[in-house]
Design a protein around this ligand. Structure first.
Ligand code: NI
Length: 187
């Protein structure tokens, strides 16, 4: 465990989200080994509170400066992604991703660490992901579409990859209010 906060035992907190340019976002995060550690559960509560506050579709621990392989994601409906349908709320630790076909789909993404921007990013369409929940219980799912996209985006954060690094056509990268002037303001 390398949770840096000396206040990890205190009440749930909305934590500042690191923005692109911060070198901590380029680092590879470490596997969680102790699922019983209280600081893991405090970290997850802070991530939940932060994601909810910012209406994110997902959040990875390194985005709040904690270099552990922990991501959360999911929503019923999300104003940042109105066409995305729903994704079950999930806490995913030490994820392992396996693409199940060669199908790649391009779609718009944003990121709380890259505020005000959107880009078209290629992702595997069909995906198996494995990992653990916050109690160390196994997660093993086969998913597709936006659910698969969110998992790939969040897991990228654990390897120091932000979505702009995967954009193929930079004409499809820009400011949200210019690209989508009729959408409600986000970010
Ligand atoms: Ni992100």
């Amino acid at each position: 465990m390398s949770v840096p906060s000396s206040k990890a035992w205190s009440a749930v907190a909305i934590r500042p989200v690191l923005k692109m340019g911060d070198p901590r976002l380029w680092q590879r995060s470490q596997e969680v080994e102790d699922f019983a550690h209280p600081e893991l559960h405090s970290l997850i509560r802070d991530m939940e509170e932060t994601m909810r506050h910012l209406e994110g579709a997902g959040l990875a621990a390194p985005q709040i400066g904690v270099g552990l392989r922990v991501v959360i994601f999911g929503f019923d409906s999300n104003p940042r992604y109105p066409d995305a349908g729903s994704v079950p709320y999930t806490i995913l630790i030490n994820p392992v991703l396996t693409p199940l076909s060669n199908d790649v789909q391009e779609a718009w993404e944003g990121c709380l660490s890259v505020p005000g921007l959107r880009g078209v990013v290629p992702r595997w369409q069909h995906l198996r992901y494995e990992g653990f929940d916050q109690f160390g219980r196994t997660i093993d799912r086969t998913v597709e579409g936006f659910h698969a996209r969110v998992v790939q985006h969040e897991t990228d954060h654990l390897d120091g990859v932000l979505y702009p690094m995967r954009i193929r056509d930079f004409r499809q990268f820009g400011f949200t209010d210019v690209l989508f002037p009729d959408s409600p303001a986000v970010d």
